[in-house]
Design a protein around this ligand. Structure first.
Ligand SMILES: [Fe+2]
Length: 232
């Protein structure tokens, strides 16, 4: 799936059926419950989040918690918040025992294992960013950074966990790496709809608004990078 065509296009849509089955589906609710209780407000934004850093070993296929749970992003990739290590709330580690999270980990890493640009890397860092955008009709909940950018990580999976019917906006924009013209607008609406990006395209998410009362958009950002690129 993450083949040469993906490499040059820079993005790929993955339908929910790639991850979902009868056993998995009900456990998405368990993830949502953890979003309700575990996430904390991200500064003064209208977002809540928690983070977890894992290591994956190619030789054994083992996945383990990283000792340091600090998150580093360069200034180049995020003018707003980059350039300094950030300590997010560390996600309750029971989340990785939830079957749908297990499934996402195993399906994604099976793709990553075969992904040509990372094939020489023996250890990869997996970043799990659990993010909830939360807004009422008087405000807008923005992503950070707010407009077109490229992430530091060579691969980023954006998994939709939940989108309220009352939500407006929250659309993914894809722009050419050459001229930064927006070429695609992709709306993830259904549970486990997924978009994968590499660094050949720029991307952004439009601000989330609400038609009525509180609207939420829950996503899991699943980032993959060589282990040496995150500072200890
Ligand atoms: Fe991004």
């Amino acid at each position: 799936m993450l083949d040469q065509a993906f490499n040059s296009a820079g993005f790929q849509y993955i339908p929910p059926g790639f991850y979902m089955n009868e056993q998995i589906a009900p456990t998405v609710e368990d993830v949502k419950k953890q979003y309700d209780t575990e996430l904390v407000r991200d500064g003064d934004s209208l977002r809540k989040r928690a983070y977890m850093k894992l290591y994956w070993e190619r030789a054994s296929g083992d996945i383990r918690l990283a000792d340091s749970q600090l998150y580093f992003q360069t200034h180049a990739s995020n003018h707003l918040d980059g350039g300094k290590p950030r300590q997010f709330k560390v996600m309750n580690k029971t989340i990785i025992d939830v079957p749908v999270i297990q499934q996402i980990l195993s399906k994604n890493m099976a793709l990553v294992e075969q992904y040509e640009p990372l094939k020489t890397e023996e250890t990869l860092t997996i970043g799990l960013h659990f993010i909830r955008y939360l807004v009422d009709e008087r405000k807008a909940s923005c992503s950070s950074p707010p407009w077109l950018h490229r992430d530091d990580e060579p691969l980023v999976f954006i998994h939709l966990i939940y989108l309220a019917d009352t939500a407006i906006g929250g659309d993914n924009l894809i722009a050419s790496g050459k001229d930064m013209q927006v070429s695609h607008v992709i709306r993830l609406e259904n549970e486990l709809e997924t978009l994968v990006l590499n660094r050949n395209v720029y991307h952004a998410v439009t601000p989330l608004g609400s038609r009525k009362n509180i609207a939420t958009r829950d996503i899991l950002l699943f980032t993959v990078e060589p282990a040496h690129t995150q500072l200890a």
